[in-house]
Design a protein around this ligand. Structure first.
Ligand SMILES: *Cc1c(COP(=O)(O)O)cnc(C)c1O
Length: 222
């Protein structure tokens, strides 16, 4: 079913939208099946799990960290991670920069914006993001590159509310894109949309969707 699910989703996507296959909690065999069907971008939310899968699977996979970050674990993925979605603290950017430097890499990062009304979702306010982007300290972080924003909408069927949350982030993204274009900040990715809401996210300007259960089936945990 993984192959069929993937091609159904891929065929419906506009050219400019990247599909991240969210494989958290799923066994390596499931990822291999998606890989064999042509999928190369995978998202995981736990660093250790991503490292184990990186070791087990082909090396042309792009591994993206979509989960909440613990700074002390950044070092375990710094040699291979393709994109980090969930940055919600300046100190985390510093740690990513430090670890990337050790491997002579520049690691692409997305700042996570809080757009949901729910208490539980992580993320920065738009004000905090603007402050980070205009901070003079950012210039010194030569081994990171901020390439966009990530947002998770409220878990709801309310289309009006989802549109409101997605479009607020898109508008903010467009404004910041004009303002901040420096050596290590070039905004081009807007990561919004999951299995339940990605068509709406795309309508609202998403360029990257993170889809798990619609590809791999439902999860027992996480
Ligand atoms: C699990 C997860 C997803 C995918 O969720 P689905 O509803 O299974 O598509 C997307 N983004 C983040 C940050 C996640 O943790």
């Amino acid at each position: 079913m993984i192959k069929e699910n993937l091609s159904k989703i891929k065929n419906s996507l506009p050219e400019h939208v990247t599909l991240v296959a969210v494989s958290k909690t799923k066994p390596v065999a499931d990822l291999q099946e998606a890989y064999d069907a042509g999928q190369r971008v995978f998202g995981e939310n736990k660093i250790q799990e991503m490292v184990d899968k990186y070791d087990a699977l082909p090396k042309d996979i792009k591994w993206q960290m979509i989960g909440h970050l613990q700074s002390n674990k950044v070092k375990y993925m710094a040699h291979f991670v393709d994109l980090i979605h969930g940055v919600d603290k300046f100190s985390t950017l510093k740690e990513i920069d430090k670890q990337a430097k050790k491997h002579d890499r520049v690691i692409a990062c997305l700042l996570q914006a809080k757009i949901a009304k729910e208490e539980t979702k992580f993320g920065l306010s738009f004000e905090d993001i603007a402050a980070i982007l205009s901070s003079s300290e950012l210039v010194a972080l030569e081994n990171i590159r901020i390439v966009g924003f990530m947002g998770m909408a409220t878990f709801t069927d309310n289309t009006a509310q989802l549109n409101e949350e997605f479009s607020a982030l898109k508008n903010f993204f467009d404004t910041q894109k004009l303002k901040s274009d420096t050596e290590n900040c070039h905004l081009e990715i807007l990561s919004m949309g999951m299995s339940g809401d990605y068509p709406l996210a795309i309508e609202n300007g998403s360029t990257m969707i993170r889809v798990g259960s619609a590809i791999f089936g439902s999860r027992n945990y996480n």
